[in-house]
Design a protein around this ligand. Sequence first.
Ligand code: ZN
Length: 562
Amino acid sequence: MKNLTILFSIIIMTSSASYSKKEKADLVILNGKVLTIDKENPYAEAIAVSCERIIAVGPSAKIKKYVVKGKTEIIDASGRLVIPGFNDAHVHFGPLDPDFIELRYTTDPSVITQKVKEKVAGSKPGELIEGGHWEHEMFIDRQWPSKELIDKVSPDNPVVLSRADGHSVLVNSYVLNKSGITRDTPNPLGGEIQKDPATGEPTGILKETAENLIWTGAVKSSRSPEEEAARTHQGYLLALMEAREYGVTSVQIPGDADFNAYEKLQAEGNLTSRIDIGKSLTGDTSVLLKYKEIKKKYPDGGNWIRFGYLKAFIDGTIGSGTALMFEPFADNPKSSGLAMMPYEKFEEMVVTADKMGFQIGVHSIGDKGNNWTLNAYEKAIKVNGRRDSRHRDEHTQTLQLSDIPRFAELGVIPSMQPTHCITDKRFYEKRIGTERSKGAYAWRSLINTGAILAFGSDYQVEPLNPMEGLYAAVTRKDRLGEEGNGWFPEQKLTMEEAIKYYTLGSAYAQFMDDRKGMIKPGYLADIVIVDRDLLTIPEDQIMKAKIDYTIVGGKVVYSSGK
Ligand SMILES: [Zn+2]
C-alpha cells in the first residue's frame, strides 16, 4: 500500500514537471502556507497560475521559475494561509436591497444612529428605512438597543431594524405610534412588546409574534421599470461583492434563480463567483424535458453558470416545530411535525427525475423526513439501477442513528450548514430531547461511515461568511464562545476537515471535484489568502479572520490591500 502511494506520487511529480516546462505563469503566489486539500500533496509554499488554471504547486524556489518579468503578477503571501476558494453548497444567493442598512458585527450602538441618520437624509418623509443583523450581545454594554437610539434622527420616517436572528426587531416611535403600540398594549400570544421596567413604556423592541403588530404606514417609493431594473442590477453587484470579500468563489443556489441575470453579469465581466442554479423537483415528465433543454444550455461541463439539482422540501424546521419526526416533539406531545407531501407522491417524483438523469436535493430536517429522503433515493436505485447520481440531502439536521451509514451506502451527500448547529442548539434538546439530539448535525458519525459532506451557509438565513461555518464545525459552541467543550463535542471536526468539506466536499456535490476544490495542477485557480492561520489560532479568533485575497479563475477579484 505504501509503495503504491509512493509510486503514485512519483507519477504525479513527473507528470506535473513535464506539464509545466512549457508554460509561464500569469500569476504566482509565493511564501505561503498552502493547504491544498489534495491528499497526495497536502502542504506547499507556492502556486503558479496560467490563464484560469493552476499549473504548478511547490516550494517558492521552484515556482519562481515560472515568473516572466513584467508579465507575471506576484503575490507574496508572507507566510499567510492559502486555501482553495470557499464553495457554498447551499446559499440563497441573489440581489441584495441596495438601501438595506447592514448592521452585522456592529459593536458600538452609536453606529446605528449614524447609519440611520445618513439613510434618512437620502429619503423622502414617510419612506420606510430598513436594516438589520445587529446583535446586542456584541455591543460593548451588551444591552438591548432602544428607540431612543434612532428616534432623534428619524422623526418623519418609519424605521425597522431586525436582529441578526430575525426573531426581534427594533422600531422607532414613528412605527410604534402608527401601529398603535402603547404601554397598555398586551403581549400577543407567542410574542413580547418589550417595556421599560421603570416607566412601563415600550422600548421599541418587538419579539417574535409582536412583530406582526407592526404597521409602518410607509409611503411607496415610486420607481420606473428602468430604475427598478438598475436597482436589481446594483443588488446583484452588492451580493457578488459580499461573496468576494468573504472568499466565496462558488455558490450553489437551491432551487430557481434568474439564469439571464447571471449571464448578463458574466458578459459585463462582473461575475466573480461561479453559480449553480436549480429548479423545483417534479414528477411531470413534460416539465422535466424542459429542464433538460435548459441543462443543455448550462451543462455540467461548464465552469461558470451551470444547471444544478432539482430541489424539493419534505418537511419544515425544528425551530418552528414543523420538522417531520418519528415521535412527537418533547415540548409539544401532540405534534410530530409536518410532511410537505405524502411519501408515495414524493417517491414517485424522485424515481421519475432520477430516471431522466437529474441530480436531486431534498430539504430534510426531522429524523423521519431524512428517513423518507433516503428511502426514496434507495427506491430510485432499485427501480432505475445504480449510477453516480450524487443525490443530496439538504440540511441533514436530525438523523436516527440507524440511518447514518445509509448515506455512504447509497452515495447520498449530506449537504450541511454548520452554523445552523450553533444557532439551533439553544432549543434543540428542549424540542426533541437529549437522546434524539445525538443524531443532530452528526458530522463525525457521517464521515466515519464514509459519507462525503458538502458545507454551506444557508445565507440569508445565516451569514454568508464561511468563517462562521468553520468556527461552528470545529467548536459546536455559540458565537460568544461559551465555556466547556461544545454541544455533543464528539461530532466536532478538525479545521482541516471543515475547510475540506467547504471546498472539495462542495465541489464533489456538484460533480466538479475533478477540477475544483483543491490547489493542484490542472485545477481551476480559485484561491483565497486568509489574514491569519486558521489551523493554529485559538478558537475565539476564527470568526475574526478576514480574507486578504480572493482569486477566481486566476484573476484577483478582491484584495484587502494587506
Ligand atoms: Zn435554504
